[in-house]
Design a protein around this ligand. Sequence first.
Ligand code: SAH
Ligand code: TMP
Ligand code: ZN
Length: 404
Amino acid sequence: MSGCRVCRSAIEPFMDFGRMPLANGFLTPDQFAGEYYFNLRAAYCPRCTLVQLVEQPQRERMFNERYPFFSATSVRMQAHFAALAGEVIATLPPGDPFVVEIGSNDGTLLRHAANAGIRHLGIEPSASVAEIAIAGGVASLCRFFDTEVAREIVAAHGQADAIVGANTLSHVADLHAVVEGIAMLLAPAGRCVIEDPYWGNVVAATAFDQIYDEHASYFTLSSLSYLFAQHGLAVLDAIPTDVHGGSMRYLVGRPGSKPAAARAERLLDHEQAMGLHRPETFAGFRDRVTNTGMALLTLLRSCKAEGKRVVGYGATSKSTTTINFFGITPDLVEFISDTTPAKHGMFSPGAHLPVRPHAEFAARYPERALLFLWNHAVEVRAKEAAFARGGGKWIVYVPTVQEW
Ligand code: SAH
Ligand code: TMP
Ligand code: ZN
């Protein structure tokens, strides 16, 4: 067995999803035969506490000119990143500060720096999204961030006063290359903000569908502190945020550049007390996922038996785990409604459920909508009031299977 991606110790697998396709591997029928599969297995490291995938597909397979996730799709995330950009900009030193974003995607966050006339650079390897950022006036480099890219940026622009990485470090297999790059790029008094889904929330909500190819790591303050400490950096604060089903925003800097927040100390104790890294926690998680799968399949089969149409809502990356791990087939879910044009006319990875424009959902409401977008439930339910008024019901499966 290969070792931990941070400390190289032997890792302990706790959940095996079997053969899985790429979560964002939406495809056309002529591509079905050559569809790529890999073994999706989650493990934890007893030494540095990192929860991680045992195997992650090659990064170019996932992040390329076809990458179909656009940050701007969610209005909620647009507001979230506008606020984060505001906070980052407010703490910049006077003069001619420089802001770098890692995984800048379509420029949703960085355009606020661009609009304010602040020197900035986004590092984004997926051309499909980077091109949108560039067209919108956000300076972007279409590369995978690592030590080499960091060295080039420092040579060309100097060190960064702020570095932001949202939902990106969790996507990185070679964590040391990225974190060492951050250590090289960050100015002595600079601040780095890392935000990613929090393993504590995945456990608490049984949000098993956060586990898929792109998410190589599931951080806690404990595991992230271990990682950054190896590169001479410290996690100075950790602030819970409620996006993506429960994320954590970590403030990283040089040790002593700012006093560590008492809140971070308390969170470390809390992680210990919750037993986030204990074998019983992993076993309990696995059992709850099994129960969710049985309950969801039972409900979908009874809908079918009663002649109720079920349509999936949101062709999310998470849904790939749910659909393929539980064995949800096209006879149970007619199609998946989605707002991303790039996914229309495509089929979902693995199970090949058709993906259709939202207009088809709205034109003829089904009896049930299976909410793959459970992390945006508030936004979606507000938007789809007419569906519920017409008698439609939502099926959700995180934290447990329920009909709303
Ligand atoms: N920050 C955005 C996008 C998150 S999706 C948001 O929160 O909405 C993850 C992004 O990280 C993808 O756009 C992917 O192309 C990018 N990415 C993956 N590996 C990377 C790396 N090594 N350096 C920079 N970006 C990377
Ligand atoms: P993700 O969970 O992998 O980020 O994918 C989210 C998908 O959900 C993306 O394809 C856009 C789609 N979507 C909708 O269809 N309706 C919505 O209201 C939102 C917020 C997203
Ligand atoms: Zn480890």
